[in-house]
Structure formats: C-alpha cells, structure tokens
Design a protein around this ligand. Sequence first.
Ligand SMILES: Nc1ncnc2c1ncn2[C@@H]1O[C@H](COP(=O)(O)OP(=O)(O)O)[C@@H](O)[C@H]1O
Ligand SMILES: [Mg+2]
Length: 541
Amino acid sequence: MASPLHLKQAKAPNAMIEAAQEKTEDAAGQGAVNTRHERARDFEEARKALLARPGFSVRAQIYLGFALVFLFTLITVIGLLMSIYEVDHKVRFLETVNQYLIEIEQARRFEKNYFLYGTNLKDGLENVSSANRILDSNKEQILSITGENVYNQMLSNLKEYEVLINRLLALGDAWDGSEAHAKEALTDEVREQGQNMISLAAELALKERQALTKTISRARRMHIYFLLALLAIMTVNSFILARRVLDRIEQYKTFAQRIASGDYTLITPKRSYRDEFTELALAVNQMVLDVEAREELLIQSHKLRAVGTLTAGVAHELNNPINNIMITGHMFLEDYESTDDEERMDMMNDVVNEANRAKAIIANLLDFARESGSQLAPLDVAEMLKDTIALASNRLKRSKINIEFSSTDKLPRVHGDSQQLRQVFLNLILNAIDASQSGGNITVTVLPADEPHYIAVKVIDYGTGIPKHILGSIFDPFFTTKSQGKGTGLGLSMSQGIITKHGGQIRVFSQEGHGTTFTVTLPVTTFPAKITEETHMSPLY
Ligand SMILES: Nc1ncnc2c1ncn2[C@@H]1O[C@H](COP(=O)(O)OP(=O)(O)O)[C@@H](O)[C@H]1O
Ligand SMILES: [Mg+2]
C-alpha cells in the first residue's frame, strides 16, 4: 500500500503540472467529475427502475401457496361433507320406504288371508293407517326426494286402498248373487291397488339405491381427484418457488464472481416484479459503487507507489538534457564574442530542444501520476506503450535489460482511459523487469488479436517464469512472491480490474525457467461509449 510519503511525492509534481498544463488538467478534472457523476446517476436510475416494478415478494408467494392449498382443501371437504349428507339422506329415505313397504306387505298378507280364509281384513286397515302415518311423519324427507307428484300418488293410493277395503268390509260375508259379483270385481281392484302400491314403492327404493351407489362412488373418486389436484398444486407451487429462489441465488453467485473479476456493471431490472431480491440487488449495487470508489483509491495509491520507484530514474533521465542545456549555455556565454549570429541561433535552438526533451520527460511522468477519475478517449495503444517504456527506461538501463518494441502498422484505436491502461502496461513491464536477469530481453508487441475487433498487447520476458502452483493466484489481490517493500501483490489484480472494465482480458502463459508472456486483449472502437456499457449491454437482473 502507498505510504503517506508516496502520496506527498506525487502531490508535489501534481501542483507543478497544474501550472504548466492548466488546460489539460481542467479537462481531466471535468472528465473525472463527470464519470463519477455519471456512475451516481446510473446507480440512481437502476435503483428507480428496480423499485418501479409492482411488488410480488417471495413471502407473498409462500403465503399465497398455502392459502391456495387451504382453499382447495376447504372446497373438497365441503364437497365431501355434502356427499355424506346426501348419503345419509338417501339411507334414511330408504329406511322409510322400507318401513312403508313392510306395512303395505303386511296389509296385503291380511288381504290374501281374507280372500283365502275370510279372516280379519280389518287388521289390514291398521297397517294401512300405519303406512299413512309413516308417509305423514316423513313428509318433508319423502317430498325432497320424490317430489310432490309421487308423494301425492302414494297418499292417494293408500287412500283408495283403504276405501276399497272398507267397501269390501261393508259388503260383509256375502258370496252369492249380484253382491257376490260386485265383491269379486272389488277383490280384483283391491289386489291390483295393493300390487300398484308395492311396485311404486319398490321402484322408488331401487332408484334411490342406485343413486346412493352413484353418490358413494362419486365421493370415492373425489378423494382420488383431490389428492391428484393437491399434488399438482403443490408441485407447481414448489417448482415456481424453488426456481424463483434457487435461480436467484445462482445468479447472485455469478454476480459475485463477476464483481470479483472487476466487472462493475450495475444490476438493472429484468423481471417484471419486485421482491426480496430487489433489496439484495440494491444492496449489491451500493456495494459495487463503494468497492469501485475504494478501488479507485487503491489504483491511485498503487500508481503513486510506482511513480515513487520511477522518480529516481526519471531524475536521472533529466540529467542529460539539463547537462546539455548547461553546457550549451556556458558555451554561449563564453564564446559569445567569437560566434556569429547563425551559430548563436543554433545554440539557442539546442537549448530549446533539450528543454523540450526535459519537459516531455516530466510531462510523461506527471501525466501518469496525475490524479483523476476515469477519463475516456480513443487511444493509440502503440503510442501509449512507447510512453510507458520511456517511463521505465531508466529502470531498464539500470538492470541492463534490453527492451524491444514492435507494432503492426495502422492499428485501430481502443476506447478507454489512457492513465489506467498505461498503468497496466507499466505493471506488466515492471514485473517482466523483476523476473529478468541482468542482460535479459523483454519484448513488447501490439498486434491485431485472434478474435476480430480486438487488439492484443504482449509483454514477453525470458526470465524466471511462474511456477505452476502459484499460477492460479497471481491475479489475487496482495499475492506477491517479492520481498517486503518490493512487491505489493496489487499490480496484477488491479490490472485485471482495469482491463475487465475496458471489456478486455488479460491472460498469462508461463514456463518455469523459460519466461512469461502476458497478453492483454482490448476491444477496438470506432465510436465513443461508456466503458462498462459498451461491452456488457445485456441487462443482468
Ligand atoms: N513476468 C513475470 N514473471 C514471473 N513472475 C511474475 C511475472 N509477473 C508476475 N509474476 C508473479 O506474480 C506475482 C504478483 O504480481 P503483481 O500482482 O504484479 O504483484 P507484485 O509485482 O507487487 O508482486 C508476483 O509477485 C510474481 O510472483
Ligand atoms: Mg507488479
């Protein structure tokens, strides 16, 4: 991490460049404010959009599911109760009809005995009035099943039977003459009437028994249908609920990985409703914003640390032009008399040129060190690489390392933040220097990448290489194999963050003892756009 000392070292040159390059600094400051402002606005927009949807919480769905099952069970129970009531009703009716039949049959038995032996037909009348009482006391029940017509029919049948028997009784024991003839006719009528009554009652009983069987089997089927429907409801509800919750959790796992890899796209609404996960989305967005702000600070402090290590080299680099200026200045003063105008002009041109060189060296360093937020522009990657190599040139010289730079002609530009990208390249070059032995070589190349619309920057060294077992950790924050004070372990993790934000990738290929190649791919652009949105247009939530 950057110490306060580093911060001070960087702040002082900052003040200088502010004076020297007011115009650029202004624009840069504006850019930084804008970007931060834009992010805050994006956040606010995402928040509003997330909250604008109608709410349908997971809790509500759970309650609704239970309510649905309860309602369904209630309806089924009511249905079953109604079936039970119906069965009960029918059984009672059958009992009544049965009693009625018993009475009638008894009456008919007396009737038969009378015809055979001439005995107590009067007793039959008692059964008839019993049957009448049965019909009377169960009137409501019978009416509800047979309807008024049949009931009245039964009543009038009984009445008629009674009348016929009474008439028969009134005729007495006469078995001859005209009376006997009438009696015979009456006998037939009584028989027929009795038979009618029995068949009507039996028919009713049969019908009701059939209806009863139907009701019972319907109730049985209802049980099965109910179970099946309940199973379906619960399955669908569980499925929807599980998908809603588990899918979201899975999605947030992806978000976490995405954020960890440095992609800070804000979560925007994708579903048509809002629930508990919306709260989570808001919290994650807030976190992304905070992490982003903190990372910016970290990048800045890391950068200043790099500047700290470079400053000594740059100071050394400045020696040459300043020496030249001094020598030329002295010569100018000493030989003023003996030189002509043209020679003097040459001298002064030299001074100006050397001063410009010194200025360019300082500008390069300060441009790199300058504190600013994201500032996006179309960038010439080859130019950036040249500047970065110049920045590290003294470190290279001191370590006696030879650097070779090559680039393909007319490469398209990339859209991005020049400071951040230069910081990435510097990290890679400094790592390569650290890994190389004195007298070693480093190659830096920029060329079109294998994927269309991307360019690739390769930083190749032939140094120690990276052991396989740590290859998976080198992009982790604070992972370093360098001694305390030399390495922070932040270079690669930050570089990855920056490159991801630019929609690119950073890859490593290394062979222990043979060297390492870092490849950075960046999307080329022909139009200006925001870094994150350009490459991650699809809504994520
Ligand atoms: N070109 C390279 N050759 C060998 N090892 C490297 C190279 N670049 C990075 N590493 C390994 O990755 C680790 C992490 O690098 P970095 O994140 O830049 O942190 P730092 O340079 O501060 O250690 C280094 O400590 C080193 O072990
Ligand atoms: Mg490093």
